[in-house]
Design a protein around this ligand. Structure first.
Ligand code: NAD
Ligand code: ZN
Length: 366
Protein backbone atom coordinates (compact mmCIF):
# COMPACT_ATOMS: atom_id res chain seq x y z
CA UNK A 1 0.00 0.00 0.00
CA UNK A 2 2.81 2.43 0.84
CA UNK A 3 5.18 3.26 -2.00
CA UNK A 4 8.78 3.74 -0.90
CA UNK A 5 11.47 5.62 -2.76
CA UNK A 6 15.04 6.09 -1.63
CA UNK A 7 16.78 9.38 -2.34
CA UNK A 8 20.50 8.78 -2.34
CA UNK A 9 22.72 11.83 -2.14
CA UNK A 10 25.85 10.03 -1.08
CA UNK A 11 26.36 11.73 2.24
CA UNK A 12 22.64 11.80 2.95
CA UNK A 13 20.01 9.18 2.26
CA UNK A 14 16.33 9.44 3.00
CA UNK A 15 13.05 7.89 2.06
CA UNK A 16 9.95 9.27 0.42
CA UNK A 17 6.81 7.39 1.43
CA UNK A 18 3.75 7.79 -0.77
CA UNK A 19 0.33 6.47 0.14
CA UNK A 20 -2.97 6.99 1.89
CA UNK A 21 -3.36 7.38 5.64
CA UNK A 22 0.23 8.43 6.26
CA UNK A 23 -0.66 11.35 8.53
CA UNK A 24 -2.73 9.01 10.68
CA UNK A 25 0.28 6.67 10.88
CA UNK A 26 2.94 9.40 11.16
CA UNK A 27 3.79 8.58 14.78
CA UNK A 28 5.04 5.07 14.09
CA UNK A 29 6.66 6.14 10.80
CA UNK A 30 8.76 8.95 12.29
CA UNK A 31 9.57 7.24 15.60
CA UNK A 32 12.59 5.27 14.30
CA UNK A 33 14.22 8.54 13.18
CA UNK A 34 13.82 10.38 16.47
CA UNK A 35 16.68 10.90 18.90
CA UNK A 36 14.33 12.60 21.31
CA UNK A 37 10.64 11.88 21.80
CA UNK A 38 9.61 15.47 21.31
CA UNK A 39 8.93 17.12 17.96
CA UNK A 40 7.93 20.60 16.81
CA UNK A 41 5.25 20.81 14.16
CA UNK A 42 5.07 23.79 11.82
CA UNK A 43 1.94 24.25 9.72
CA UNK A 44 -0.34 26.93 8.33
CA UNK A 45 -3.79 27.78 9.67
CA UNK A 46 -5.69 26.12 6.81
CA UNK A 47 -3.75 22.86 6.90
CA UNK A 48 -3.69 22.97 10.69
CA UNK A 49 -7.46 23.11 10.84
CA UNK A 50 -7.67 20.08 8.57
CA UNK A 51 -4.84 17.78 9.67
CA UNK A 52 -3.10 18.95 12.85
CA UNK A 53 -5.35 17.02 15.21
CA UNK A 54 -4.87 13.80 13.25
CA UNK A 55 -1.10 14.26 13.28
CA UNK A 56 -0.94 15.12 16.98
CA UNK A 57 -3.12 12.14 17.81
CA UNK A 58 -0.89 9.78 15.90
CA UNK A 59 2.27 11.19 17.53
CA UNK A 60 0.75 10.89 21.01
CA UNK A 61 -0.27 7.30 20.31
CA UNK A 62 3.39 6.60 19.56
CA UNK A 63 4.50 8.28 22.78
CA UNK A 64 5.88 11.38 21.05
CA UNK A 65 5.35 14.77 22.69
CA UNK A 66 4.79 17.75 20.43
CA UNK A 67 4.35 21.49 20.21
CA UNK A 68 2.95 23.21 17.17
CA UNK A 69 3.53 26.55 15.50
CA UNK A 70 0.80 27.78 13.16
CA UNK A 71 1.68 30.37 10.52
CA UNK A 72 -0.76 32.24 8.26
CA UNK A 73 -1.49 30.49 4.93
CA UNK A 74 -0.26 31.98 1.66
CA UNK A 75 2.86 32.94 -0.26
CA UNK A 76 3.26 36.15 1.79
CA UNK A 77 4.31 33.98 4.75
CA UNK A 78 7.55 33.09 2.96
CA UNK A 79 9.35 36.27 4.03
CA UNK A 80 12.01 37.48 6.47
CA UNK A 81 9.43 38.63 8.99
CA UNK A 82 7.82 35.21 9.28
CA UNK A 83 11.20 33.48 9.18
CA UNK A 84 12.23 35.56 12.18
CA UNK A 85 8.95 34.81 13.90
CA UNK A 86 9.33 31.09 13.19
CA UNK A 87 12.91 30.97 14.46
CA UNK A 88 11.92 32.90 17.58
CA UNK A 89 9.05 30.58 18.30
CA UNK A 90 11.21 27.49 17.81
CA UNK A 91 13.73 28.92 20.27
CA UNK A 92 11.02 30.02 22.71
CA UNK A 93 9.72 26.44 22.57
CA UNK A 94 13.26 25.53 23.73
CA UNK A 95 14.03 23.41 20.72
CA UNK A 96 17.11 21.24 21.14
CA UNK A 97 19.51 20.06 18.46
CA UNK A 98 18.45 16.45 18.78
CA UNK A 99 14.78 17.24 18.23
CA UNK A 100 12.88 16.90 14.97
CA UNK A 101 10.83 19.54 13.19
CA UNK A 102 7.82 18.39 11.16
CA UNK A 103 6.72 20.61 8.25
CA UNK A 104 3.02 19.92 7.65
CA UNK A 105 1.63 21.80 4.65
CA UNK A 106 2.23 22.95 1.10
CA UNK A 107 5.37 24.33 -0.47
CA UNK A 108 5.22 27.55 1.52
CA UNK A 109 5.41 25.71 4.84
CA UNK A 110 7.98 23.24 3.50
CA UNK A 111 10.25 25.98 2.16
CA UNK A 112 10.22 28.30 5.18
CA UNK A 113 10.33 25.46 7.71
CA UNK A 114 13.19 23.74 5.92
CA UNK A 115 15.10 27.01 5.85
CA UNK A 116 14.44 27.67 9.55
CA UNK A 117 15.49 24.09 10.35
CA UNK A 118 18.76 24.65 8.48
CA UNK A 119 19.71 27.73 10.50
CA UNK A 120 18.19 27.35 13.96
CA UNK A 121 20.93 26.02 16.30
CA UNK A 122 23.00 25.69 13.08
CA UNK A 123 20.78 22.91 11.85
CA UNK A 124 18.02 20.72 13.27
CA UNK A 125 16.64 17.65 11.48
CA UNK A 126 13.28 18.01 9.75
CA UNK A 127 10.66 15.89 8.08
CA UNK A 128 8.42 17.00 5.21
CA UNK A 129 4.73 16.12 5.32
CA UNK A 130 3.58 17.76 2.07
CA UNK A 131 -0.17 18.28 1.72
CA UNK A 132 -0.49 19.84 -1.74
CA UNK A 133 0.12 18.00 -5.01
CA UNK A 134 2.77 20.58 -5.88
CA UNK A 135 4.60 19.98 -2.61
CA UNK A 136 4.32 16.21 -2.94
CA UNK A 137 5.74 16.03 -6.48
CA UNK A 138 8.10 18.97 -6.41
CA UNK A 139 8.96 21.22 -3.47
CA UNK A 140 9.36 18.55 -0.76
CA UNK A 141 11.90 16.63 -2.86
CA UNK A 142 15.33 17.99 -3.64
CA UNK A 143 16.36 19.94 -0.59
CA UNK A 144 15.85 23.51 -1.75
CA UNK A 145 14.52 25.70 1.04
CA UNK A 146 14.03 29.43 1.23
CA UNK A 147 12.01 32.59 1.34
CA UNK A 148 11.13 35.49 -0.95
CA UNK A 149 12.54 39.00 -0.66
CA UNK A 150 11.65 42.37 -2.15
CA UNK A 151 14.12 41.53 -4.95
CA UNK A 152 12.34 38.36 -6.02
CA UNK A 153 11.17 34.86 -5.19
CA UNK A 154 13.34 32.24 -3.50
CA UNK A 155 16.48 34.37 -3.58
CA UNK A 156 17.45 33.61 0.04
CA UNK A 157 17.66 30.04 1.24
CA UNK A 158 19.74 26.92 1.62
CA UNK A 159 20.18 23.39 0.37
CA UNK A 160 18.98 21.26 3.27
CA UNK A 161 17.64 17.75 2.88
CA UNK A 162 14.81 16.38 5.03
CA UNK A 163 15.25 13.11 6.96
CA UNK A 164 11.98 11.72 5.55
CA UNK A 165 9.12 12.77 3.28
CA UNK A 166 5.60 11.53 4.02
CA UNK A 167 3.34 12.25 1.03
CA UNK A 168 -0.17 11.38 2.22
CA UNK A 169 -2.28 11.34 -0.92
CA UNK A 170 -5.49 11.38 1.16
CA UNK A 171 -4.63 14.98 2.03
CA UNK A 172 -5.22 15.88 -1.61
CA UNK A 173 -8.96 15.24 -1.13
CA UNK A 174 -9.39 18.58 0.63
CA UNK A 175 -7.24 20.55 -1.80
CA UNK A 176 -9.15 23.08 -3.93
CA UNK A 177 -9.34 21.87 -7.53
CA UNK A 178 -7.41 24.85 -8.83
CA UNK A 179 -4.48 24.09 -6.49
CA UNK A 180 -4.63 20.43 -7.48
CA UNK A 181 -4.44 21.32 -11.17
CA UNK A 182 -1.55 23.70 -10.54
CA UNK A 183 0.38 20.81 -9.01
CA UNK A 184 -0.66 18.59 -11.89
CA UNK A 185 1.18 20.86 -14.31
CA UNK A 186 4.45 19.87 -12.60
CA UNK A 187 3.45 16.20 -12.94
CA UNK A 188 3.01 16.65 -16.69
CA UNK A 189 6.42 18.33 -16.76
CA UNK A 190 8.18 15.09 -15.74
CA UNK A 191 6.62 13.28 -18.68
CA UNK A 192 7.68 16.04 -21.05
CA UNK A 193 11.27 16.11 -19.79
CA UNK A 194 12.31 12.51 -20.35
CA UNK A 195 9.45 10.06 -19.86
CA UNK A 196 7.14 9.88 -22.91
CA UNK A 197 5.54 6.68 -21.55
CA UNK A 198 4.52 8.58 -18.42
CA UNK A 199 3.05 11.35 -20.57
CA UNK A 200 0.98 8.75 -22.43
CA UNK A 201 -0.07 7.24 -19.10
CA UNK A 202 -1.23 10.70 -17.99
CA UNK A 203 -3.25 11.12 -21.18
CA UNK A 204 -5.15 8.00 -20.14
CA UNK A 205 -5.27 8.43 -16.34
CA UNK A 206 -4.81 12.17 -15.73
CA UNK A 207 -8.51 12.94 -15.64
CA UNK A 208 -9.10 10.13 -13.10
CA UNK A 209 -6.29 11.51 -10.99
CA UNK A 210 -7.88 14.95 -11.00
CA UNK A 211 -11.27 13.44 -10.13
CA UNK A 212 -9.84 11.72 -7.06
CA UNK A 213 -8.73 8.24 -8.14
CA UNK A 214 -6.42 7.12 -5.33
CA UNK A 215 -4.43 4.57 -7.31
CA UNK A 216 -3.78 7.07 -10.11
CA UNK A 217 -2.71 9.69 -7.59
CA UNK A 218 -0.32 7.35 -5.84
CA UNK A 219 1.26 6.24 -9.10
CA UNK A 220 1.62 9.79 -10.44
CA UNK A 221 3.17 11.07 -7.19
CA UNK A 222 5.56 8.08 -7.06
CA UNK A 223 6.66 8.51 -10.68
CA UNK A 224 7.09 12.27 -10.26
CA UNK A 225 9.09 11.96 -7.03
CA UNK A 226 11.27 9.28 -8.59
CA UNK A 227 11.91 11.54 -11.58
CA UNK A 228 12.83 14.50 -9.43
CA UNK A 229 14.89 12.41 -7.02
CA UNK A 230 16.87 10.94 -9.92
CA UNK A 231 17.71 14.38 -11.29
CA UNK A 232 18.56 15.70 -7.86
CA UNK A 233 20.74 12.70 -6.99
CA UNK A 234 22.63 13.12 -10.27
CA UNK A 235 23.20 16.73 -9.54
CA UNK A 236 22.36 18.03 -6.08
CA UNK A 237 23.42 21.55 -6.88
CA UNK A 238 22.06 23.42 -9.87
CA UNK A 239 23.56 22.42 -13.20
CA UNK A 240 22.26 21.29 -16.54
CA UNK A 241 20.52 18.13 -15.31
CA UNK A 242 18.69 20.00 -12.63
CA UNK A 243 17.95 22.83 -15.03
CA UNK A 244 15.68 20.48 -16.99
CA UNK A 245 13.25 20.77 -14.09
CA UNK A 246 12.78 24.37 -15.21
CA UNK A 247 10.90 23.32 -18.34
CA UNK A 248 8.16 25.92 -18.78
CA UNK A 249 9.55 28.03 -15.95
CA UNK A 250 11.45 30.71 -17.89
CA UNK A 251 8.19 31.81 -19.53
CA UNK A 252 6.12 30.87 -16.49
CA UNK A 253 8.11 32.99 -14.06
CA UNK A 254 7.85 36.00 -16.36
CA UNK A 255 4.05 35.66 -16.52
CA UNK A 256 3.89 35.21 -12.75
CA UNK A 257 6.04 38.27 -12.17
CA UNK A 258 3.74 40.33 -14.40
CA UNK A 259 0.74 39.13 -12.39
CA UNK A 260 2.54 40.00 -9.14
CA UNK A 261 2.48 36.44 -7.75
CA UNK A 262 -1.17 36.76 -6.87
CA UNK A 263 -4.09 34.35 -7.16
CA UNK A 264 -4.66 35.78 -10.62
CA UNK A 265 -2.14 33.19 -11.83
CA UNK A 266 -0.92 30.24 -9.75
CA UNK A 267 2.63 29.00 -10.27
CA UNK A 268 1.48 25.72 -11.80
CA UNK A 269 -0.86 27.53 -14.18
CA UNK A 270 2.04 29.71 -15.30
CA UNK A 271 4.14 26.57 -15.78
CA UNK A 272 1.41 24.96 -17.89
CA UNK A 273 1.37 27.97 -20.21
CA UNK A 274 5.17 28.18 -20.11
CA UNK A 275 5.53 24.54 -21.16
CA UNK A 276 3.31 25.14 -24.18
CA UNK A 277 5.41 28.21 -25.07
CA UNK A 278 8.61 26.15 -24.73
CA UNK A 279 7.16 23.55 -27.11
CA UNK A 280 6.01 26.27 -29.51
CA UNK A 281 9.48 27.80 -29.48
CA UNK A 282 11.01 24.37 -30.07
CA UNK A 283 8.64 23.79 -32.99
CA UNK A 284 9.36 27.25 -34.37
CA UNK A 285 13.07 26.44 -34.33
CA UNK A 286 12.36 23.23 -36.21
CA UNK A 287 13.43 21.07 -33.27
CA UNK A 288 10.12 19.56 -32.21
CA UNK A 289 7.17 18.30 -34.28
CA UNK A 290 4.21 20.73 -34.09
CA UNK A 291 1.98 17.68 -33.43
CA UNK A 292 3.66 17.32 -30.03
CA UNK A 293 2.73 20.89 -29.11
CA UNK A 294 -0.86 20.14 -30.15
CA UNK A 295 -0.84 16.94 -28.09
CA UNK A 296 0.41 18.84 -25.03
CA UNK A 297 -2.21 21.56 -25.44
CA UNK A 298 -4.95 18.92 -25.82
CA UNK A 299 -3.95 17.17 -22.61
CA UNK A 300 -3.60 20.30 -20.49
CA UNK A 301 -6.93 21.63 -21.75
CA UNK A 302 -8.61 18.26 -21.14
CA UNK A 303 -7.82 18.40 -17.41
CA UNK A 304 -8.68 22.09 -17.17
CA UNK A 305 -5.30 23.86 -17.22
CA UNK A 306 -4.69 27.07 -19.20
CA UNK A 307 -2.55 26.70 -22.33
CA UNK A 308 -1.87 30.25 -23.49
CA UNK A 309 -1.29 33.71 -22.00
CA UNK A 310 -4.67 34.75 -23.45
CA UNK A 311 -6.36 32.45 -20.93
CA UNK A 312 -5.21 34.74 -18.11
CA UNK A 313 -7.37 37.52 -19.47
CA UNK A 314 -4.90 40.37 -19.55
CA UNK A 315 -2.60 41.83 -22.17
CA UNK A 316 1.06 41.01 -21.76
CA UNK A 317 3.81 43.17 -23.17
CA UNK A 318 6.66 41.23 -24.83
CA UNK A 319 9.39 43.64 -23.67
CA UNK A 320 8.24 43.45 -20.07
CA UNK A 321 8.21 39.65 -20.20
CA UNK A 322 11.73 39.61 -21.65
CA UNK A 323 12.82 42.00 -18.91
CA UNK A 324 11.50 39.57 -16.28
CA UNK A 325 13.24 36.65 -17.96
CA UNK A 326 16.53 38.51 -17.73
CA UNK A 327 16.11 38.82 -13.94
CA UNK A 328 16.17 35.04 -13.61
CA UNK A 329 18.76 33.42 -11.29
CA UNK A 330 19.78 31.16 -14.15
CA UNK A 331 20.86 33.92 -16.52
CA UNK A 332 24.57 33.50 -17.24
CA UNK A 333 26.58 36.21 -19.00
CA UNK A 334 23.31 37.85 -20.03
CA UNK A 335 22.21 34.76 -22.00
CA UNK A 336 18.81 33.32 -21.25
CA UNK A 337 18.55 29.63 -20.50
CA UNK A 338 15.63 27.80 -22.06
CA UNK A 339 14.55 24.22 -21.71
CA UNK A 340 13.59 23.21 -25.24
CA UNK A 341 12.47 19.85 -26.58
CA UNK A 342 12.98 17.59 -29.56
CA UNK A 343 9.50 16.26 -28.83
CA UNK A 344 7.56 14.95 -25.84
CA UNK A 345 9.98 13.30 -23.41
CA UNK A 346 13.07 14.76 -25.09
CA UNK A 347 13.86 18.02 -23.29
CA UNK A 348 17.28 19.65 -23.28
CA UNK A 349 18.87 22.85 -22.02
CA UNK A 350 19.73 25.56 -24.53
CA UNK A 351 21.52 28.88 -24.26
CA UNK A 352 21.40 29.33 -28.02
CA UNK A 353 18.05 31.06 -28.45
CA UNK A 354 18.59 34.37 -30.21
CA UNK A 355 16.73 37.49 -29.03
CA UNK A 356 15.00 37.77 -32.42
CA UNK A 357 13.70 34.20 -32.13
CA UNK A 358 12.33 34.89 -28.67
CA UNK A 359 10.65 38.06 -29.94
CA UNK A 360 9.11 36.15 -32.83
CA UNK A 361 7.71 33.54 -30.47
CA UNK A 362 6.25 36.18 -28.15
CA UNK A 363 4.73 38.04 -31.07
CA UNK A 364 2.87 34.85 -31.95
CA UNK A 365 1.95 33.71 -28.43
CA UNK A 366 0.73 36.95 -26.88
P1 NAD B 1 0.96 26.66 -0.48
O1 NAD B 1 1.84 26.03 0.51
O2 NAD B 1 0.69 28.10 -0.33
O3 NAD B 1 -0.42 25.88 -0.51
C1 NAD B 1 -1.48 26.34 -1.33
C2 NAD B 1 -2.74 26.60 -0.51
O4 NAD B 1 -3.37 25.35 -0.20
C3 NAD B 1 -2.51 27.28 0.83
O5 NAD B 1 -3.54 28.19 1.04
C4 NAD B 1 -2.61 26.14 1.84
O6 NAD B 1 -3.06 26.58 3.10
C5 NAD B 1 -3.61 25.25 1.19
N1 NAD B 1 -3.50 23.82 1.50
C6 NAD B 1 -2.35 23.11 1.62
N2 NAD B 1 -2.63 21.81 1.75
C7 NAD B 1 -3.98 21.70 1.72
C8 NAD B 1 -4.88 20.60 1.79
N3 NAD B 1 -4.42 19.34 1.87
N4 NAD B 1 -6.21 20.84 1.73
C9 NAD B 1 -6.66 22.11 1.59
N5 NAD B 1 -5.87 23.19 1.50
C10 NAD B 1 -4.53 22.98 1.56
O7 NAD B 1 1.49 26.47 -1.98
P2 NAD B 1 2.08 25.24 -2.78
O8 NAD B 1 1.49 25.35 -4.13
O9 NAD B 1 2.00 23.96 -2.06
O10 NAD B 1 3.62 25.61 -2.85
C11 NAD B 1 4.06 26.80 -3.48
C12 NAD B 1 5.40 27.18 -2.92
O11 NAD B 1 6.32 26.12 -3.17
C13 NAD B 1 5.99 28.42 -3.55
O12 NAD B 1 6.44 29.28 -2.54
C14 NAD B 1 7.15 27.91 -4.36
O13 NAD B 1 8.21 28.83 -4.44
C15 NAD B 1 7.55 26.70 -3.59
N6 NAD B 1 8.29 25.71 -4.36
C16 NAD B 1 9.45 25.26 -3.85
C17 NAD B 1 10.17 24.30 -4.54
C18 NAD B 1 11.43 23.76 -3.95
O14 NAD B 1 12.17 23.04 -4.63
N7 NAD B 1 11.70 24.03 -2.70
C19 NAD B 1 9.71 23.81 -5.76
C20 NAD B 1 8.51 24.28 -6.25
C21 NAD B 1 7.80 25.24 -5.54
ZN1 ZN C 1 7.56 24.87 -10.59
Amino acid sequence: EIGRLAVDLGSRRYEILVGGGLIARAGSLVLPLLKNRRVLIVTDATVGRLYLEELVHSLEAAGIRQDSIVLPPGEATKDFRHLEELCSRLLEARIERNQMILALGGGVIGDITGFAASIVLRGVDFIQIPTTLLAQVDSSVGGKTGINTAQGKNLVGSFYQPRLVLADIDALDSLPRRELLAGYAEVVKYGLINDPAFFSWLETHGADLVEGDTAARRQAVMTSCAAKAAVVAADEREADQRALLNLGHTFGHALEAECGYTDELLHGEAVAIGMVMAFELSAMLGLSPPEDTARLVRHLAAVGLPTSPAAIGRDFDADRLIHHMQQDKKVKDGRLTFVLARGIGRAFVSREVEPAQLEALLARSL
